[in-house]
Ligand binder design. Structure first.
Ligand SMILES: C[S@@+](CC[C@H](N)C(=O)[O-])C[C@H]1O[C@@H](n2cnc3c(N)ncnc32)[C@H](O)[C@@H]1O
Length: 203
């Protein structure tokens, strides 16, 4: 891996139609680079990480999401079921895509994409990151993929506003392909967002 990653093709893993899904190459590269003994994915969504992990032989990896298809695991309230060496975490980017009640099932109060406002979203994301980081084995890593967003003219830098746990070991820029902001025609004058951040924290 390098500090800039770009995958024009998202790969064959998971549901390409699941809104806000990520490329399986991100997870594949993380697993092949760090070679963790145990792997946990939270915010599993359309199953990208699940399919990558199984293909790479992680028969015991665990994948969790509030989505009922993944058992309805609630990152705010439920315990982290294992101690792991690597956690891949791909939360909602604030309310850019609303998940419960729109992508799946009924509206759920603890869905991060349904936070009351940006400050509430950041507070909830901090709770989740702290819980995940605490659950790691010593020396383990939390890799969290997060985008910036713009709403009603305001720029939200989630990685600036959220709390950091442990040592920030790497900050990787992921080039975004086929995002809505690339397709949309804008009236005002501002620069469309075409990247996400992959932050790797070490315990
Ligand atoms: C950006 S998507 C993840 C997409 C996934 N990486 C993929 O490739 O398909 C974020 C996910 O967070 C889940 N989510 C939102 N709030 C949650 C919570 N409190 N606990 C667990 N999962 C939650 C949503 O259901 C959604 O699937």
């Amino acid at each position: 891996m390098k500090s800039v990653i770009s995958y024009p093709n998202r790969g064959k893993w998971g549901q390409a139609t699941y809104r806000g899904n990520c490329s399986g190459f991100v997870i594949k590269d993380l697993l092949e680079f760090y070679k963790p003994r145990s792997f946990l994915e939270v915010f599993a969504g359309g199953g990208t990480g699940y399919e990558v992990a199984k293909e790479l032989g992680y028969t015991e990896s665990i994948h969790l999401d509030l989505h009922p298809e993944w058992g309805g695991w609630n990152a705010l309230k439920d315990d982290v079921p294992i101690q792991s060496d690597l956690i891949f975490c791909h939360p909602p980017y604030f309310d850019m895509i609303i998940y419960s009640g729109e992508v799946w099932g009924d509206a759920h109060n603890d869905d991060l994409s349904r936070a009351r406002n940006y400050e509430d979203f950041i507070a909830k994301l901090n709770v989740v990151h702290q819980k995940l980081f605490t659950s790691l084995r010593d020396g383990g890593r939390l890799a969290t993929l997060i985008g910036d967003c713009r709403k009603s003219g305001r720029y939200f830098s989630i990685i600036k506003d959220m709390e950091y746990f442990g040592n920030l070991e790497s900050h990787i820029i992921k080039v975004q392909h086929n995002s809505q902001s690339m397709r949309r025609e804008y009236r005002g004058k501002f620069i469309p967002i075409m990247h996400e951040h992959l932050l790797i924290f070490r315990k």
